[in-house]
Design a protein around this ligand. Structure first.
Ligand code: SAJ
Length: 426
């Protein structure tokens, strides 16, 4: 089948490229001219392992092409963003805009698949919109007769940094507006997914996606809460978690400086918004994870105040290990606030950045490398667990005052009790 993928971001572009590699002719649509031009020249505008070579290959072979406009196709895959505003209300307007454009290109026999993370009921709303725009077509779930088109919700669940691998290997929920729609979508995913394909309703698939990320958020919140309690009790939280996880039915996640990225810190709000009176746990987990940022800031400031004039190295800006994505990163938020407070005392170590992000402008903070940090900064704060940081040996950091928010240096003497160390050092 010919395929039109709407949205060429972190999910849409790898998806379009993988479908193109499976042999389908694919047109990728994006509203940004620069994105369209970049892809048509065989290059990519985002960082993801092995994506550059794959896109270059399928563009060169002519199976993937980018365009500013939706074109007729047999299958439409919608992978546009669903952001939420300051009030935590999910915004599905990009999905509805995409559906409007698809409606204009639609013919009998086509399949429309929504992949964007969406509040429960969005696929049905999209179906209603298409029914309104195309009264000439028989729409599933609205007419009793065999419908002209199929509509399904099939969320992605790939991990940034492993997208191409997980796109193919992960199991997928295939949620049809009707069982027939689910079977149609399943036939499409079977072309390029090796994981198991499980059919369900569109609403169940929408909820499943939100539940997966909320599950992780709630569990990280548990770890983050433990880290604050352990801190107060002068205990090493990582040691306690390691020991507890030896229980056959306990598997606690890792505490950190907060939860970042574009999914785990966002998706729980979609559930809360749909059921505000019945989601105290999910809401408080969000608050615990956001609150961890303030805890780290306060703890770091205490430590820095105890040692006036000394330079402070902040290790990491990325929202998680071994990637160059700084958006929605607790590490970035903390480092920027420290830079605003302490100016040129703050040095940033981020091997995944070639320059400091704009948020550091006029703070006096500067980007340095690991060696410079070890030579010039008596105070070190770890904010991201990049492998290059983990491999710094103890002898190079033994005499430092360290606040290791990620637990990457388990052998660091008193790494958690930073304030204790400060007292000893001063
Ligand atoms: N984090 C911790 N402690 C942990 C695990 C993670 O503090 O034990 C933090 C990370 O440092 C990071 C944040 O959580 O700041 C999120 O990182 P992540 O690796 O857990 O997840 P993402 O945001 O990269 O990708 C998630 C994945 N969802 C789940 O694992 C349930 C991925 O499978 C989804 O496809 C993706 O969200 C998405 O697009 O929804």
């Amino acid at each position: 089948p010919s395929v039109c993928v709407l949205g060429l971001g972190y999910i849409g572009l790898p998806t379009a490229a993988v479908i193109a590699r499976s042999g389908c002719p694919v047109v990728g649509v994006d509203v940004t001219e620069h994105v369209v031009d970049t892809i048509n020249s065989g290059k990519i505008h985002i960082e993801e392992v092995d994506l550059d070579g794959l896109v270059q290959g399928v563009v060169a072979r002519g199976t993937l092409r980018a365009s500013l406009h939706v074109e007729p196709a047999d299958v439409f895959v919608i992978a546009v963003p669903t952001p939420f505003g300051d009030n935590h209300v999910p915004d599905t307007s990009y999905v509805m805009d995409a559906a409007t454009n698809v409606a204009a290109a639609l013919k009998a026999g086509d399949t429309i698949i929504l992949e964007s993370t969406s509040p429960v009921g969005t696929t049905e709303k999209m179906r209603d919109l298409i029914a309104k725009l195309r009264p000439d077509l028989k729409i599933p779930g609205i007419v009793d007769e065999i419908p002209d088109i199929s509509i399904a919700y099939c969320p992605e669940r790939v991990l940034p940094g492993k997208i191409l691998e997980e796109l193919i290997q992960n199991d997928r929920s295939i949620g049809g507006i009707t069982p027939r729609c689910a079977r149609k979508a399943l036939g499409f995913y079977r072309r390029f997914v090796r994981g198991e394909l499980v059919t369900t309703t569109a609403r169940a698939a929408e909820m499943t996606k939100l539940v997966e990320n909320s599950y992780r958020d709630v569990n990280i919140a548990f770890a983050n809460e433990l880290s604050i309690v352990a801190d107060q009790m002068d205990l090493d939280v990582w040691e306690v978690i390691r020991l507890a996880n030896r229980h056959p039915r306990v598997n606690i996640l890792q505490p950190g400086p907060g939860v970042g990225g574009h999914c785990i810190a966002v998706d729980p709000w979609f559930i809360i918004h749909s059921a505000p009176d019945h989601t105290p746990l999910i809401r408080i987990a969000r608050e615990v994870n956001d609150g961890k940022i303030d805890h780290v800031l306060e703890r770091a400031s205490q430590m820095i105040d105890e040692l006036p004039h000394r330079s402070v190295a902040c290790f990491g800006l990325a929202f998680k290990a071994n990637i160059d994505d700084f958006r929605e990163s607790p590490a970035l938020k903390i480092a920027v606030k420290l830079a605003r407070r302490y100016g040129s005392r703050i040095k940033i170590v981020e091997p995944y950045a070639s320059e400091l992000p704009a948020a550091f402008e006029d703070t006096g903070a500067e980007l340095i490398d690991i060696d410079q940090a070890l030579e010039t900064c008596p105070i070190m704060i770890t904010l991201t667990d990049h492998d290059v940081f983990k491999s710094i040996p103890l002898e190079e950091r033994a005499n430092k005052v360290v606040y290791d928010t990620r637990g990457i240096w388990p052998d660091q003497p008193d790494n958690l009790q930073a304030i204790e160390v400060v007292r000893l050092a001063s």
